[in-house]
Ligand binder design. Sequence first.
Ligand SMILES: [Fe+2]
Ligand SMILES: [Fe+2]
Length: 245
Amino acid sequence: MPISDLVLEKIEEYSIFVDWNMAFAGKSMGNRHLFRVNKIAMHLHDQEGGDIDVVLAGAWLHDVGLVEGNEGHCFKGMRIARELLEKLGVDEGTITKVLHCIEAHDGEVEATTVEAKIVHDADTIDKMGPLGAIRHAWKMANIAEKRYTALDLLEMLPDHLAERQAKLYFESSRKLVDKYHRAMREFFVNREMARKVIHRVIDMARDGVPSDVIINKLLADESLPVEFLEALEEQSTISLLQELG
Ligand SMILES: [Fe+2]
Ligand SMILES: [Fe+2]
């Protein structure tokens, strides 16, 4: 059978459970990434079309492979999602489409369907701008074997963010991230301030503070550039998308 509302609810429940309790050894409790990716995916679906059930199932499940670690999580996720979708009675044609969204979400595999392109772009948008910079620093502090310093990460971030942007499939995605880009340029101008912010993020991440808690702490810091704070707030609450409808 195709994906019913009830099946979608179970997919959502399972994906959040895995993300909060099992991914990153339980350090990402309360992580809002999946919720944001879903909202962005819905917005992109309004612009680009495709099968909404496949888009949403793909958006919820795209990171399910993180339960077995970050390395190769797209491919591990395909196996885990297949087991779940088969158990839920989803038909083979739909399973194939959802698995392609998972497989292609990181850009390692080229997305060939509109649904997979949407999931890829939605995930990528959440990895860009101020939010992406903070989440990347958090992730590196939690999973990288090397103990990166704030300066190391600051060196890497501009290229990392630019690489991400170059991979976006849709013009509507690029439009969404324009403001985030301006905010990042502003952020990188004051190197000492940028280093301090990244240093704080690394410290908190190593103390086991979830990325969304760190984001809320930074949002309360009025010494940070206004453009950076505005973009971070917009990204973390998806308020821009709500305004766009
Ligand atoms: Fe991922
Ligand atoms: Fe993701």
